[in-house]
Design a protein around this ligand. Structure first.
Ligand SMILES: C[S@@+](CC[C@H](N)C(=O)[O-])C[C@H]1O[C@@H](n2cnc3c(N)ncnc32)[C@H](O)[C@@H]1O
Length: 271
């Protein structure tokens, strides 16, 4: 993301965003309380964050195969650099954890495992769910697998290969989609393609989460088109990630941009 684009999108985000006090929808208010509020701590967080700290100091170098939007040639990358740059930060991981905890999906699909940190948050929220996580780079996937084994995670299935080859197979295995987290290949074309691939398996309860919608003008354009799709009834934009919901009972289509810090500030005054 270019610095100028980040500033521009941040300013426009804050101008249009809403605090919990401006939210009248009970569903969105509930979302802010149970998903957006990251003040609750769970035992699992400490174990995962311990692994993240180890990764940030990991001296290994891997030969990284890049299938993402930048499509760089294979390159040697230090594990600690990946841990510092590509892995979701704590607050975003807690949103993912809270999403599973609150909405109780049966199956979660993740596109983009990297070193496995976000997969661990998703899977730790509920031991009964299955997380099907996808990664193209075999060596990143190998390190993710080490992390899953370290925490003895039994509910994560790691699928290695390009999304273009693996995602449709996973979709074909499922009757419906509960929760899909798209965090890889941040290009306009790929994002819309993955969204369209999901559509046939969408139900009124499905949730899709898109990462980095302000990473580039192309990603923002893809997000704007996704919001307009007739099946989408509600979108919640948290800037770092964004959610779409499909419940046809939501008669009037709504889009919200939500600010976290304001909720955190005000929550102590709420009943
Ligand atoms: C931003 S990282 C994922 C971070 C991870 N979800 C986390 O928060 O810890 C994106 C990952 O997607 C993978 N990826 C990107 N495009 C891909 C593609 N077309 N096929 C397979 N993997 C891909 C990259 O190798 C990278 O590891």
């Amino acid at each position: 993301m270019s610095f100028a684009y980040k500033i521009k999108t941040l300013l426009s985000f804050y101008k249009d965003s809403k605090t919990v006090y401006k939210i009248h929808s009970p569903f969105v208010f509930d979302f802010m309380k149970n998903v957006f509020d990251t003040s609750r701590r769970y035992y699992a967080f400490d174990h995962i964050e311990y692994l993240r700290e180890n990764l940030k100091r990991d001296p290994r170098t891997i030969e990284f195969k890049d299938f993402g939007a930048k499509q760089k040639k294979d390159q040697n990358r230090r594990v600690r650099d990946i841990a510092n740059s590509a892995v979701s930060p704590k607050n975003k991981c807690r949103w993912l954890f809270n999403t599973v905890h609150h909405f109780r999906p049966t199956t979660v699909i993740e596109l983009g495992t990297s070193l496995g940190i976000s997969s661990l948050y998703l899977a730790s929220a509920e031991s009964q769910i299955t997380v099907l996580t996808h990664e193209g780079d075999p060596q990143s996937a190998g390190i993710a697998k080490e992390n899953f084994d370290r925490l003895k995670m039994k509910n994560i299935e790691l699928i290695i290969g390009r999304f273009e080859e693996t995602f449709q197979n996973t979709l074909d295995r499922l009757n419906q989609l509960d929760l899909v987290y798209l965090d890889g290949n941040h290009s306009y074309e790929a994002t819309l393609k993955y969204f369209n691939q999901c559509l046939p398996k969408i139900t009124s309860k499905s949730i899709l989460i898109f990462d980095d919608i302000y990473w580039s003008p192309g990603m923002t354009q893809a997000w704007n088109e996704i919001k307009k799709h007739p099946k989408v009834r509600l979108s919640l934009d948290l800037y770092q990630i964004a959610y779409v919901f499909f419940d046809p009972m939501i008669k009037e289509k709504q889009h919200f941009k939500l600010i976290n810090s304001s909720y955190k500030f005000w929550q102590k005054y709420l009943p």
